[in-house]
Ligand binder design. Sequence first.
Ligand SMILES: [Fe+2]
Length: 490
Amino acid sequence: MLENKRVLVVDDNTDIIGALSDFLELNGCKIFTATTGKDALDIVKHEDIEVALLDVRLPDISGVNLLDLLKKENPALAVIMMTGYSTHKDIIDAMKKGASDFLLKPFEYDNLIMVMIRALRERSLMIERERFSKSLEDKKKIEILNRELQSKIQELTTMYNISTQFNRLTIYDDVYEKMVSIAYDVLGASLSRFYFFDANSRELILFKEKKDKETFEEYILEPDEIYAFLNTGKRCYIKNDTLTVPIIIKGEVIGFLSIKKRKNTIEISPYQTENDIFFLKLIGEQASFQIENRILYESLFENVLKTHMSLITAINKRDFYTENHCKRVTEMSLSLADKLGLINVEKDILRVVGPIHDLGKIGIPDTILLKSGKLTDKEYDIMKTHSVLGQEILSQFEILSKESIIIRAHHERFDGLGYPDGLSGDNIPICARILAVCDTFDAMTTDRPYRTALSVEDTLKEIERCAGTQFDPHIVNIFIKMIKNGNYGK
Ligand SMILES: [Fe+2]
């Protein structure tokens, strides 16, 4: 039972050490010995001792004090005190300091074995308890780390959600409304508002709002308070349970995004408030970025359109027919796009391309463009280059890249026999397929110097005949219904 146990015997009497060592070695123990407290402590520091038998009186230190030092060095060490004479005080002191048992000399060896077995069992329990408490401690640490990790994941997910929602915005979405809505949803607000701010009059104008149905109490953002807050240079104005951040465009405060936390989330920790401020700022910054981009896009787009409208004016001065033709084709195409259920982006492309779809004609000589008679094959080939010329002019402006593709394709045919690329079917952009039908209809129903206009009825018959060859049959079908129902008329 004591096989391979590592035992330290400490006694100033070498005879006792010898006798005990012999006996314990016979029982399979590995014995270490010391006659002083210093040597004993040194051995415990360097050897993994399991049981120590300590004499109460040693030359350099009392056994009880040595017990204290040894326990500090190795808390799991089982210590059995030995003495030839003892007082109750010694026993109590030793037990208080963690002695496992007490042996009064002379003691019987059988009794020693029993005491040692008991002490070793106690040691095993102590080690087990230590291991258990350490594993509990580890478990707690893991739980804390897990909570922190969950919190970080939650933060990242929220940031991702905010960015994704703003990135999905199109130019048809209201950025201010979206900003208020995102702040309301993400931050668990009962009320979310955006105010425009007039720095001159110091007025706050409520522009957008989203709130809980059961929110009746009024919450007012005071202009004077906000003005004072701006002068502090702080990033967020906090009043009771409301958080307000400025919305800044090109260095100017244009307004404020303000949220009121729900009642059940008022008892928020400082950490959560920091998070709320961070996310509210993030929402404000994303909205500012979107608004700035829109301003930039709109001014750029306006400049580009002005340039092209002046090009159209130049064409129209050469050919009056083209001007009115382009206007009619645009109106017809937009009505048709509506009937076909096209999205706003495609309708916008048609709105831009319609008036300038024949932009390339600016590069066609007057002798061909204004010729009153029928064009020769060679002249017709030159005339056909206008779709590519138009695309080349428009492609100088990256912002109109989609529109330039439509201009290039507006004379493609559904059966692939059109020009310039011989595209067919759905490979021809839908806006180009719409333009092709409307362009032909308007040309055929308009008087030209070399021929008189066909009737609407005859023109529709001709267009129907060309469904599936020149034109997209589905578009033709909807177009004919549109014209016959009088939804669009010349
Ligand atoms: Fe054309």
